[in-house]
Design a protein around this ligand. Structure first.
Ligand code: AMP
Ligand code: GLY
Length: 453
């Protein structure tokens, strides 16, 4: 295994092609000791066995060609497909990112739920895993309000929530049937939780866990959280490292769940979780619950936290690889951030592709404005939309209002068939979240006063 010695200049290999990978690249390039950051492959796997093998071979060829000192993997697909295992076992190259056994935490929602249950880690809603249709109807009826999750990677778009995407038991059963028959997947059915979601991303070397500021993402396409789910339309974080609807006890609980999961994963698999663990949590009237686990940085959440990170990201990567994360300086600027993604019209279901966009009116990057290119192609001096989230703008300021204005102004400057959510980070939206949480917590107060213990 190649060791990255202190003070040696290092070459880093990067897997991914999205805003998150751009943010990782820029953080690495900002380090004095990084000689080069080489883009290895996109990490897109394709759907057939042949395409998956080709993608792995392309990765092997890129590793052979560029011999990086270590690899950082942005998205989930290559983690699930074992890119970390390939780099480590076949080339002796370490990675920031978990092995495929550990990546199951994201790629199998059933595995994640069962792990928490088996190990007595709090945070699960009521849930059941189904491999056959038998008993599904009764379980859905018993829950009343439910969520159906295909057990596999679906790019954040396979989860269907009752009263939002599924309007009857019949519709829900049909969706389960389709997933089982066509998609050949089991499904997890769980209780629908009501509350406010937040993301807690933690760096881990498998033994030591270091947390990042919490962020709130916006998954729905439309203003006011309407329409289909997307990969994430934008996100915000607040000065103080908290969100206005969370107590510090809520954050402590989420942190302790992430820490417990890292510990039990080592016990159960014998492998150290080296990378970023992203817990998607929801604060409810009944406390903090887990929505899902991701085994990598969030996109957009990484754009918020990496815009705040003051410490050397290379040193953090080295700490993750060497198992010395406890002794690495990890400091974030105490400021607020708002991230807005500009996406092609029609995203996520029917996005405009290959249409030109004009970025000439875009403001310059500064301490207050970070710009992350994502699904954009450059051809003949022109910029084209390639069909997914195109470009992200992160406003950074002391106050959330100010950060929102900076991101909004930049997002509006993109000319073309594009769309962004104007409401992300706005005072109105954040206040509505605070009011929602207050109402949930007070109705809990009323309930517990009425119901004798
Ligand atoms: P996931 O892909 O698991 O993150 O789910 C996508 C979105 O579905 C989440 O961000 C939530 O908004 C929603 N969701 C997932 N699980 C639940 C649940 N148990 N209760 C309510 N909403 C959920
Ligand atoms: N922000 C959602 C995700 O990264 O999966």
């Amino acid at each position: 295994m190649k060791l990255t010695k202190q003070l040696k200049k290092v070459n880093v290999g990067l897997v991914g092609k999205d805003g998150r990978t751009t943010a990782i690249r820029r953080k690495l390039e900002a380090s004095d000791r990084v000689e080069s950051v080489q883009h290895l492959v996109t990490g897109k796997l394709g759907s057939t066995e042949k395409e998956r093998e080709d993608a792995k071979n392309e990765f092997r060829a890129a590793l052979k060609n560029s011999s990086p000192d270590f690899v950082v993997i942005g998205p989930e697909e290559p983690l699930d497909a074992g890119f970390v295992d390939i780099a480590q076992r076949e080339f002796g190259i370490p990675s920031v990112g978990p092995t495929s056994v550990l990546a199951k935490l994201e790629s199998s929602k059933a595995y994640a739920r069962q792990l928490l249950e088996r190990r007595g880690i709090p945070g699960n809603p009521k849930f059941k895993v189904f491999t056959k249709l038998d008993g599904i109807k009764q379980y859905l009826e018993g829950l009343g309000h439910f969520v159906v999750k295909p057990d596999g990677l679906t790019g954040g778009k396979g989860v269907k929530v009752s009263d939002v995407h599924l309007f009857s038991i019949k519709e829900a059963t049909e969706y389960c049937q389709e997933q089982m028959e066509t998609g050949k997947r089991s499904v997890v059915i769980e209780e629908k939780l009501e509350g406010e979601e937040f993301s807690l991303q933690s760096f881990s070397d498998g033994e030591h866990v270091r947390h990042m500021p919490v962020v709130q993402d916006h998954k729905r396409i439309g203003v006011g959280d309407t329409g289909p789910n997307t990969g994430g339309m934008g996100s915000y974080s607040c000065k103080g490292g908290n969100l206005p609807f969370l107590s510090s006890a809520d954050i402590e609980i989420a942190r302790s769940i992430n820490e417990a999961v890292i510990r039990v994963l080592k016990e159960e698999t014998g492998e150290f979780y080296r990378g970023v663990l992203y817990g998607g949590f929801i604060a409810t009237s009944d406390g903090v619950k887990l929505i899902e686990y991701n085994v990598r940085f969030g996109d957009p959440e990484s754009l918020n936290v990496l815009s705040l990170l003051k410490s050397d990201f290379l040193a953090i990567c080295e700490g993750i690889i060497a198992g010395t994360l406890d002794s690495v300086a990890i400091d974030f600027a105490d400021r607020s951030t708002v991230c807005k993604y500009v996406v092609p019209d029609g995203y996520p279901d029917n996005p405009v592709k290959d249409a030109p966009v004009d970025l000439s009116q875009m403001p310059e990057e500064s301490e207050q404005l970070k710009i992350f290119r994502a699904a954009l192609d450059q051809r003949g001096g022109k910029t084209y939309l390639s069909g997914s989230r195109a470009i992200a703008f992160v406003g950074v300021a002391d106050e959330l209002d100010e950060a929102e204005k900076i991101a909004e102004q930049a997002a509006t400057s993109v000319i073309g068939p594009v769309y962004h959510r104007r409401d992300i980070g706005s005072r109105e939206l954040v206040e509505s979240r605070v009011a929602h949480m207050r109402q949930l917590r007070s109705s809990r107060g009323i309930r517990s006063a009425l119901i004798p213990h």
